[in-house]
Write a new protein. Structure first.
Length: 101
């Protein structure tokens, strides 16, 4: 069973930027892409770079350490790139992320 948790408020993440949040064992990067919020694991699978500090271009974030890029959009399939994607729900001013058990 998954858990939906509040990770930010809309005004905390400007358009084109990301924010790192931690909930339990999950370190999450939350991005605002044109008013749509996306969440992925915050650690780059290459060397653990903080993806939340990366550069966002459209729906691609580039790791600030070594330049690897990842699509931040949620998908039902595992893209096999080592980055977890989380379903995001916006309720009022709250940005919430669905976390697996």
């Amino acid at each position: 069973m998954s858990e939906v948790v509040k990770v930010a408020e809309i005004n905390e993440i400007p358009d084109g930027e990301g924010k790192a949040v931690t909930h339990g064992k999950h370190r999450i990067a939350v991005f605002n892409v044109g008013g749509t919020f996306h969440a992925i694991s915050d650690a780059c699978p290459h060397a653990g770079g903080p993806l939340s500090d990366g550069w966002i271009d459209g729906t691609e974030v580039t790791c600030p350490w070594h330049g690897w890029s990842f699509d931040v959009q949620y998908c039902d399939e595992d893209p096999k790139d080592g980055v977890c994607r989380y379903k995001v729900v916006v309720e009022g001013n709250d940005v919430k992320v669905e976390l697996p058990e």
